[in-house]
Design a protein around this ligand. Structure first.
Ligand SMILES: [Zn+2]
Length: 448
């Protein structure tokens, strides 16, 4: 009997000690929650966004509050309370919230503001309110978008054509450029807040849905202003190309020897792969090589000069339909000028620039691409070989190769293309001294 009593007392003592330990470590723990503010920029704009992380390993998080405050204004951005149980405290031991607010919507003004994060845990300390933690971070609110002024006046542009837009931005910006339909053309700083962007309308675009200068400041405030423009009508020819047995047996071996994928059940199928799949791959590679606005100063001083003493064989913007034995088999846009002179004619650089590509490139054969600055590039295709190296700087008129028939060329000629930030444009504009002077050089002159 006595022994049983002793065991009972011992058990009671054990339970009491366990309970006291539990109460001491769990219900009366004194560790406040740990707060972290992440991705909060010290300069915030109309899209103020950040992450709040609250951790409390023991009792767990009972309550969280996030406030945006200015001298005379307090706005609760987040307030959450979590259920607690006697044994577990709060089940929330760690949680992260992503917040995004527009301070203008809550009446905040430019200047200093504070983000205040407060959290309480599920401990029974502080008269059962729990351990408290607070974190205050100051930031500057910049709620005004950068002011943009269009300097270049009315912009003339045609389908397949190029244009120059000059503008001023009176604030340091994080990004700037010009939207033309669904393409964004980056501008190049000319100094004192003035920027110039070369833009292009591809030959496939018959109308303009959007033409606007966009600037975004470092606080993320963005503004777009429309560009006033005049869209000139310009039509492009359609052309029928007859693919002969002779052409296939003369030209396809070149592709079969270079591309294992070109091997098909007959030469016509090889041609279709070359004209469609390889052409698309090559054009994608060209767009990638020519999409950047480099640090190179603009190298154009007058009209571009293509192959001298040559005759035009094909126009830019031709829409070609290919026929084989009277049957329509394929289609493609011709995105350059075909110029023919005597065979193996020397090919001069159309303007000073830097070689960004000099190698074999599928349907284009041996190809050289030059960067002239401001996002303007020229391409020379079907060359006899490579006579310059990538990275080399060339002068206007310097010989960069010789004409030939490499790639998808029927006879000896130069295929000459002009690109603006990855878009093939009509070279005829750039070969016209009057156009280059009036549309490109004159608007740039005051700022160079
Ligand atoms: Zn061509």
């Amino acid at each position: 009997m006595k022994t049983l009593f002793k065991i009972l007392v011992l058990l009671l003592v054990l339970v009491a000690v366990a309970g006291a330990t539990f109460l001491f470590f769990m219900k009366f723990e004194s560790q406040p929650p740990v707060l972290e503010l992440k991705e909060l920029s010290p300069l915030a704009g109309r899209k103020l966004s950040f992450k709040v992380q609250v951790r409390d390993a023991r009792a767990g998080v009972r309550k969280v509050r996030v406030v945006l405050a200015q001298k005379d204004r307090d706005q609760v951005l987040l307030e959450k309370e979590f259920p607690t149980t006697f044994l577990q405290g709060s089940r929330i031991k760690e949680k992260t919230w992503s917040l995004e607010v527009d301070p203008v919507q809550y009446g905040f003004r430019e200047g200093e503001a504070k983000v205040i994060v407060e959290a309480w845990d599920a401990s029974w300390r502080e008269k059962l309110k729990g351990n408290f933690a607070q974190k205050v971070v100051s930031l500057q609110l910049d709620l005004t978008p950068p002011a943009i002024t269009l300097l270049s006046g009315l912009t003339y542009i045609a389908r397949g054509g190029s244009a120059l837009v000059v503008y001023q931005i009176k604030e340091e910006v994080a990004s700037q450029g010009v939207w033309l339909n669904n393409r964004f053309f980056k501008g190049r700083p000319l100094g004192e807040g003035v920027f110039a962007a070369l833009v292009a309308l591809s030959v496939q675009e018959k109308s303009i849905r959007k033409f606007a200068i966009r600037a975004e400041d470092k606080a993320g405030n963005a503004l777009e202003i429309p560009v006033s423009y005049y869209l000139k009508r310009r039509s492009y020819p359609s052309y029928k190309m007859r693919i002969s047995e002779g052409f296939l047996s003369r030209k396809m071996p070149e592709f079969l020897s270079r591309y294992p994928e070109a091997q098909k059940k007959n030469l016509l199928q090889t041609f279709l792969w070359v004209n469609e799949t390889l052409r698309a791959q090559n054009n994608q590679e060209i767009a990638r090589l020519t999409s950047e606005v480099s640090d190179l100063p603009f190298q154009v001083r007058g009209a571009l000069r293509a192959l001298p003493r040559s005759a035009k064989r094909s126009d830019f913007g031709e829409f070609r339909t290919y026929y084989y034995k009277g049957r329509k088999i394929s289609q493609a846009w011709h995105l350059g000028l075909d110029l023919a002179s005597v065979a193996r004619s020397p090919v001069p650089a159309a303007a000073a620039g830097k070689v960004v590509f000099a190698d074999y490139l599928g349907i284009y054969g041996y190809t050289v691409i030059l960067d002239h600055g401001l996002g303007l590039y020229t391409l020379y295709a079907h060359l006899a070989g490579v006579e310059v190296s990538p990275g080399a700087e060339v002068e206007a008129g310097q010989i960069i190769g010789h004409t030939d028939t490499t790639g998808l060329a029927g006879g000896d000629h130069l295929h000459f293309s002009v690109l603006v930030q990855g878009v093939f444009v009509n070279p005829v504009e750039w070969l016209d001294p009057q156009w280059v002077k009036n549309r490109i050089l004159a608007p740039l002159e005051p700022y160079l």
